[in-house]
Design a protein around this ligand. Structure first.
Ligand SMILES: Nc1nc2c(ncn2[C@@H]2O[C@H](COP(=O)(O)OP(=O)(O)OP(=O)(O)O)[C@@H](O)[C@H]2O)c(=O)[nH]1
Ligand SMILES: [Mg+2]
Length: 229
């Protein structure tokens, strides 16, 4: 039986998201509104094995707070549209800087695949990346690719297939914050769960409440009242 899944592409600017998007979706692309919003996101289609996939090319961002329109768009897609899988594209030559976004995505959703792109550039610079260790530490699949040279792509597709079929279970690493923050999360978490249940990532939402992210809280309120109608 053919099933359909949505895959979001997240990553810092210039990490090769669109290159990978074009490679996988080719000419089957369009720009469309989503969920009645005025924001246009590029989406494309591809098939692999039995399944159909819709891929969404999110704007490049360094984080997922409410700092800019692009951050909001990427964050809102992950939180409210809940893609089946999120591919986080990291630049192999700047892994440490890029990891920040990966950790943030992993607070929002479980089904994450880390895709380390520009591996050809890293090799040129003599950078070696131990994907096995990263995979163990991060608790999600880590695949090395070069979107430009089309290497690692079949492994990536196979991994997507195994994540959507449940053959691979992701248990994303969660950042532990300082004691004071963790204490506050502990107090907030039961209340957040009471209000929004498992509709939204509760620990992440507690953190955003501590930030005082009003924009996000308004969005959440709107979604919850819509769900109650
Ligand atoms: N060497 C090399 N270059 C790559 C690779 N993937 C992408 N690039 C190049 O990196 C540049 C940025 O690629 P894009 O696909 O536009 O990156 P992006 O993440 O979509 O960028 P934004 O949409 O601005 O966030 C382009 O010049 C690509 O040709 C790769 O695997 N190896
Ligand atoms: Mg792009």
């Amino acid at each position: 039986m053919t099933e359909s899944f949505r895959i979001a592409l997240a990553g810092n600017p210039n990490t090769g998201k669109s290159t990978l998007f074009n490679l996988l979706t080719g000419l089957k692309q369009h720009t469309g509104n989503w969920a009645g919003k005025t924001v246009n996101l590029k989406t494309g289609l591809f098939s692999f094995k039995n399944n159909k996939y819709e891929m969404i090319d999110l704007p490049g961002t360094y984080s997922l707070f409410s700092n800019s329109m692009d951050e909001k768009i990427a964050r809102d897609y992950l939180v409210f549209e809940k893609p089946d899988v999120t591919l986080v594209i990291l630049d192999a030559t700047a892994l440490e800087r890029n990891m920040n976004l990966a950790l943030q995505v992993m607070e929002i959703t479980d089904r994450v695949i880390i895709c380390i792109n520009l591996i050809d550039e890293a090799e040129k610079l003599g950078i070696e990346i131990n994907d096995k260790v990263l995979m163990k530490r991060l608790g999600v699949p880590v695949i090395k690719v070069s979107a430009r040279n089309k290497s690692g792509i079949s492994m990536l597709l196979d991994t997507i297939d195994r994540v959507v079929s449940g053959t691979i279970l992701c248990t994303p690493y969660q950042v532990t914050y300082d004691d004071e923050t963790e204490q506050k999360i502990k107090l907030l978490l039961p209340k957040v769960l009471e209000i929004s249940g498992d509709k939204f990532p509760a620990r992440w939402l507690s953190l955003r409440m501590l930030d005082g992210d009003r924009d996000l809280l308004q969005m959440i309120e709107m979604h919850i009242s819509k769900m109650e109608v």
